[in-house]
Write a protein that binds this ligand. Structure first.
Ligand code: GUN
Ligand code: FE
Length: 417
């Protein structure tokens, strides 16, 4: 049993924050038992961890991030997707064949993700099974929640970062099989995107998806170039998303499509049919993609939207910075395309990064009764001249906060360093 005192804040839904000022949160066996303005009789006399006027919020869920690109953050950001992949990312990712290169980078990535308050993430590794296995093993050992993918690519990339279809399927099956019983960090099938995977590879992955009941993460209609390239390589398909549906990759677990910036009606219909997530990655969108997801337009069509950092397309592991950026970008989108794209408000953006994204992993991303107590304590945003409400504290943290403003981190109910 743990009892915390402070200001407690989480999302009720996409419109409303739940805020409990000067209250007590009781956690039992790592799960939220309840929040009380006055501590009930049965808990009187128990030890209380007092966070005063600090704000206790759910830890963040990053639904699209490349652990293998952690070392290239902030480089090549003046390029567009295809050049950035060929000039920076593919040569860099090829080095994960060497475990002496991979290990310290994946360890540093995990440490830094925790430092930024992200305890739940959908992660791309590289095509290399051994390094991918190291990453998912370390995530599981540290109690982090995730879907981790060994990447598949057999075409449309330099030969130093390409597998044969047979190799790709064999190594993916070994990966899925080895980690199928993981508790919190689970394997997911990860065809990089349509331009780097042939139809026979996609279909083979579909068979593995069924056999291992594994979900799908990929990049989906992320740029005009990608959407056109997908249709050129897959004649007879009506849209990017249909490639995955026809391969049987959308029936057996979560479906997580990064970017989803230029979807046709068919893309939206197919993603919704499988309850898939569209991941908005504000920094990556402005760095290397040059398109803005229409968050409010997609949500009015019932698409499940969430947030991602897309490091190294994005340059910061702080998902909280993407909350601020998604509000900013929604205004630009509205300015240029006012009809369907209303700007989003801060509570909406916070919801995408917590409760919406967290739902992929189970009961994380909220502090309602029954949710896992994966939480952060935010402080240091106060202003001597203007007192801040808890919601203003968190909003300001998302704009000008740093990891120093995360005063404490709780994972599965336990304080972590
Ligand atoms: N599309 C294919 N690969 C990538 C990648 O590594 N990052 C981003 N942002 N888009 C991609
Ligand atoms: Fe990406």
């Amino acid at each position: 049993m743990n009892i915390f005192h402070g200001n407690i804040l989480f999302s009720k839904n996409s419109r409303e924050l739940a805020v409990y000022e000067d209250s007590y949160l009781v956690a039992d066996h790592g799960k939220v038992e309840g929040i009380y303005a006055v501590l009930p009789e049965q808990y009187q006399g128990a030890e209380i961890t007092d966070y005063g006027s600090d704000v206790i919020i759910p830890a963040f869920s990053d639904l699209h991030v490349h652990a293998s690109q952690y070392v290239e953050r902030g480089l090549g950001m003046d390029m567009l997707l295809s050049d950035w992949l060929n000039q920076y990312t593919f040569p860099q990712e090829s080095r994960f064949a060497d475990m002496n290169y991979a290990r310290p980078i994946y360890d540093a990535f995990i440490d830094d993700m925790i430092r930024h308050g992200t305890f739940h993430a959908c992660i791309f590794a590289t095509i290399h099974r051994e390094a991918s296995s190291y990453l998912i093993r370390r995530m599981e050992e540290r109690g982090l929640y995730g879907f981790v993918g060994k990447v598949n690519m057999n075409t449309g990339a330099p030969d130093y970062l390409r597998e044969t279809v047979e190799e790709s399927l064999l190594e993916t099956e070994r990966f899925l099989d080895e980690f199928k019983d993981n508790k919190t960090a689970k394997p997911i099938i990860t065809p990089r995107f349509a331009p780097t995977c042939s139809e026979d590879l996609m279909k083979g992955l579909g068979t593995l998806s069924k056999k291992y009941h594994a979900g799908l993460q990929t990049h989906l209609v992320e740029s005009r170039w990608e959407a056109e390239e997908a249709m050129r390589r897959f004649p007879g398909y009506q849209c990017d998303t249909e490639i995955y549906e026809r391969a049987g990759l959308m029936d057996n677990g979560p479906v997580v499509g990064a970017h989803f910036i230029f979807p046709s009606e068919a893309d939206i219909r197919i993603l919704n049919r499988h309850g898939g997530f569209a991941v908005h990655c504000p920094d990556a969108t402005t760095n290397i993609i040059a398109g803005i997801m229409g968050v409010s337009a997609l949500q009015s069509q019932d698409v499940r939207v969430s947030l991602g950092t897309d490091v190294g397309g994005g340059h910061s592991l702080g998902l909280y910075t993407q909350i601020a950026r998604s509000v900013q970008l929604s205004k630009l989108k509205w300015f240029y395309e006012p009809e369907q794209n209303k700007p989003i408000a801060f509570p909406h953006a916070f919801y995408l990064a917590t409760k919406a994204g967290g739902s992929v992993f189970g009961n994380v991303g909220s502090l309602e009764k029954g949710y896992v107590f994966n939480a952060l304590v935010i402080d240091g945003m106060a202003d001597e001249n203007i007192p801040l409400t808890p919601a203003q504290t968190v909003e300001r943290f998302c704009y000008i906060g740093t990891t120093d403003n995360i005063k404490a981190r709780y994972l599965n109910g336990r304080l972590i360093g």
